[in-house]
Design a protein around this ligand. Sequence first.
Ligand code: EPU
Length: 431
Amino acid sequence: MEKFVINGGNKLSGEVSISGAKNSVVAILPATLLAQGVCRIENIPNISDVTYMLKMLKSMGASIKAVNANTYEIDTRTVSSFTVPYELTRHLRASYYLLGALLGRCNSARVAMPGGCNFGGVRPIDQHLKGFEMLGASITMEENAIVNARAETLVGNSIYMDVVSVGATVNIMLAAVKARGLTVIENAAKEPHIVDLANFLNSMGADIRGAGTDVIKIRGVSFLHGCDYSIIPDQIEAGTYMAAVAATGGDVLIKNVVPKHLESISAKLIEAGVQVIEYDDSVRVISSGKLQKCNIKTMPHPGFPTDMQPQMSVALCLAQGTSIVSEGVWDNRFKYVDQLSRMGADIEVNGKVAVITGVDHLSGAPVKADDLRAGAAMIIAGLIARGRTEIESIIYIDRGYENVVEKFSAIGADIQRVEFPDEPAGVVRTA
Ligand code: EPU
């Protein structure tokens, strides 16, 4: 087992380069199932979600060649299976994109309901299934939570989404791209990774328009070829480093970003008293480390991203005044607050609202990563705390942050990855 050990108090300075977007790549890798040719994909982050997704494609018969650490050539013409068992899907939420991709490829998919980050509540997929059904698929649930989706032929349709869902938008795009006729997704998600997936599919020969707006039109094509593609930079990884610099104080150039994707994050940091300077493909963040209160409400893109809520909440723990953070996407995304309270934060949670009153300092403590972004928040908490913080359950952080220790160390953080032995059976932990 591994944990992160952080000695807090260092200001951050220098440069950090952002990797390819996790939430793009976990949609684009399954999309290669639709190509009758080789897809060469660059800027793939070296994170465990990618490792598991590649493993799933390989187990289905895909041929995968690593050109270098961040570039792969994927040929799915040899895939013969349309069943994906729980042993494989349990590692990541996005394995449900194999449902849409397999349906789109061969009108049949049997995929076990996935694992992934759990914010303490249910993560429904009713909108995904509704979309498949509206394209003509019939859905049955088999034993062991396997979703079986089948169609004679998929036929385009007009699909109105009852909630704005990234996952359902992706899955419907994947299923519809080779369906007969026109599919219109209304009330679609607009996140940068939706646009990235549409660009990827279009470079394979698809006909998708409107991605990035709330109406996406997909005219089905009969053939998709291989392509060369490069994944966009990770908006949330960039935002995490921005929040970290804001919280610790310092001056860091964050490279390989699309500043437009960061606008909602930059706006809130500026409101809190941080200087954010935008360049073509980088942003410079300069902070005294003494932030002002600010209120945040998370919303689907272009609103403030829910995946930045925990990191920003940590930064606000030491701000002057009281900040109100409202979670507008997930029902239960404040689980991590208990860990912060143990470090001395003053946060009261009431349902989907957290009231954060700035305190003088946080104190290092043993904590754990409850999920990917909660884990990122714990890193920032460790960086600003007095003394030593140890973070357990870092497998969640490794799901989505490439070289996180190396990147933070290079800008001045005192952070290490340390191995520790599994607890022997029979040891009882007391409170
Ligand atoms: N929802 C439904 N029915 C559905 C699908 C979603 O009611 O069929 C609800 C959810 O319960 C939630 C809201 O709609 O309240 C939004 O969920 P969405 O489907 O957009 O989330 P997702 O696709 O499961 C992706 C990201 C998450 C990110 C959310 C919101 C990926 C692989 N995951 O999840 O990212 O929080 O969109 O932006 O793209 C992360 O990166 O840490 C992460 C959790």
